[in-house]
Write a protein that binds this ligand. Sequence first.
Ligand code: ATP
Length: 328
Amino acid sequence: MSYLVIENLNKQFEEFTAIKRLNLVVKKGEFVALLGPSGCGKSTLLRMLAGLESPTSGSISIDGVDVTDFSPSQRKISMVFQSYALFPHLSVKENILFGLKARGVPKAEQEARLRDVLEQVSLTEQQHKSPGQLSGGQRQRVALARAIVSQHSICVMDEPLSNLDAKLRAEMRTEIRELQKSLGLTLIYVTHDQVEAMSMADRIVLLNKGEVQQVGSPQELYGQPQNTFTARFIGSPAMNVFSLPGQDELIGVRPENLYLTEHGIAGEVLSTDYHGDSTLLKVGLINASTVLIKVDRWQQFNKGERVCFDWELTDQHHFCSTSETALA
Ligand code: ATP
């Protein structure tokens, strides 16, 4: 059932188009990641959803109600930002309850919701501390708790994990995902990190220069990229996109799907990158293009060494060399 419906949404900043004719339908309880490189318009889109920015044209409706002209508070959307936006002079508990107090929610209900949410985000012991006495991960949990306690059914998050170190980020990814599922939250989550989007979201909206490149499940974006932008953006290291002599179209093969063999396409090793479980070879081809080949564990190659590689036809993608869209 469609819950959040965005139709023909445009945002102009004077001459500059930040979002172009965007259409999206989100189901209740769905986790949708807005993904794309810096400046692609993801925060602008999120801000329009939250009511912090007005669209130039187009409409947004939630649960059948057109909210395009509603204020942020009328929309009943909770927000979590990268900066946490906690009040430094208030305790964890006071920060979490701030919105409920402002809305005049009865005290007994506030206390009950607080107890639940502190348990959900494992902050019961920290409730009397001030944000300054917490770690980055704990502060982010306070921001999450504040969003959850509001019991709004849509939550928007803008790069909520980018201030955390890699290990904590991985833990919080799982936590947010589990909370979102158990609460049945409809979550719109902005990130520039494809790993985050791939590992957390039900569906990804991939944006570039204000335009949707592809919408689909992580598996669809990885397995059936509709253009070379998606092909290169999803997956790490990026998909190789190259042309072969005498062929008109572009070929795409992921580094993990190329393998070294006696007979195949020849190239010269330009560099090697060791990653523990794998080694990434950068190989130069005769026509001056380069490909990355991922081989198992550590394998020694000398710069300038000749190697041959190949791939299975089932791992091959085809793109038009002019439009760069996928060919059937
Ligand atoms: P990042 O990941 O770097 O935050 P983003 O995808 O969230 O990038 P936005 O912040 O949505 O990008 O910005 C999209 C484009 O719109 C950028 O080129 C930005 O410079 C421009 N932009 C955003 N806000 C304004 C504004 N108030 N006035 C003019 N241009 C703006």
